[in-house]
Design a protein around this ligand. Structure first.
Ligand SMILES: NC(=O)c1ccc[n+]([C@@H]2O[C@H](COP(=O)([O-])OP(=O)(O)OC[C@H]3O[C@@H](n4cnc5c(N)ncnc54)[C@H](O)[C@@H]3O)[C@@H](O)[C@H]2O)c1
Length: 263
């Protein structure tokens, strides 16, 4: 590994907004970003969980600059206020990590014919429309300040292949992959890159419940060539790379992180 690469990979946006920051992949990424010197603006549904997240980051990185905001990403005016408030308090944003999402826990996996309208609306509303709200406001902010930047979205392997009994989540994640590809084309000449991460199963609070049913965990492990689940920090590492100067010509693509599951 050349020193040049190390310099590039540690060239990061000064201010990064993170959704889903109170838990799992979003939290792991916010922790890494803070350690690397980025100011982080953390958004999630619940302020108490965010306070715990902020304390964890402060304990590891006492000098970290952190803003916490309770936000439902389905609320577009709320998303716009969050971005504006971040710019006032922390400075212009040039990076984002969009991890907020809701999944199919094992007990909610069901065929389309049994999927209630509310379940469909939740999966699409948060994972696709909510993510779009965030990306839209992030692009607007970067354009307004003339900042080059990097926008990272956590999609899923369920955005790249069909899944049985998870059509709402899968349709939403396919939508995010389309969003990434389209917005990347719209913003490339401005120096704004848009990329996605498509993890297979990652050990986070989202999946923990599903694995209380040991049979489901065994099935997932048997299907995964690497024979283990991913850790949230492994997703964070890819996120850092995609936010950094080391990925300066990568845009529009969604990168699997799946222990060879889709190979
Ligand atoms: N864990 C996995 O196996 C896995 C696999 C592939 C993709 N993903 C994706 O990774 C992302 C992060 O998942 P995770 O595993 O860290 O889950 P997690 O449940 O640990 O974290 C998700 C966070 O998003 C927040 N959130 C949910 N709805 C929200 C809303 N409307 N507005 C704001 N915040 C909201 C939750 O409160 C939670 O803190 C999700 O987009 C998920 O779909 C996860």
């Amino acid at each position: 590994m050349s020193l040049n690469f190390i310099q590039k990979v540690t060239t990061l946006p000064r201010v990064v907004v993170v959704t889903g920051a109170a838990s799992g992949i979003g939290l792991a990424t916010a922790r890494s970003l803070a350690k690397l010197g980025c100011a982080v603006s953390l958004a999630d549904l619940d302020l108490k969980k965010l306070d715990v997240a902020a304390s964890t980051i402060k304990a590891e990185t006492p000098e970290a600059r952190i803003l916490t905001t309770a936000l439902d990403i389905r609320d577009r005016p709320g998303v716009a206020r969050w971005i504006a408030d971040t710019e006032t308090k922390l400075g212009k944003i040039s990076g984002s990590f969009n991890a907020a999402g809701v999944a199919n826990a094992a007990h909610t996996l069901k065929p389309l014919t049994e999927t209630a309208d509310e379940e469909w609306d939740l999966a699409i509303g948060v994972n696709l429309t909510g993510t779009m709200n965030c990306v839209k406001e992030q692009v607007r902010a970067m354009k307004a300040s003339g900042s080059e930047g990097s926008i990272v979205v956590v999609a899923s392997i369920a955005g790249l292949i069909g899944t049985e009994n998870g059509s709402a989540y899968t349709a939403a994640k396919f939508g995010t992959v389309g969003l990434i590809r389209s917005v990347a084309r719209e913003t490339a000449r401005l120096g704004i890159r848009v990329t996605g991460i498509a993890p297979a199963t990652v050990m986070t609070p989202m999946t923990k419940d599903s694995f209380e049913n040991g049979h489901f965990l065994k099935q997932v492990l048997a299907a995964t060539p690497a024979g283990r689940l991913a850790e949230p920090e492994e997703v964070a590492d890819l996120g850092i790379f995609l936010l950094s100067g080391a990925s300066s010509y990568i845009s529009g693509s969604t990168h699997t992180l799946d222990g060879a599951l889709l190979a």
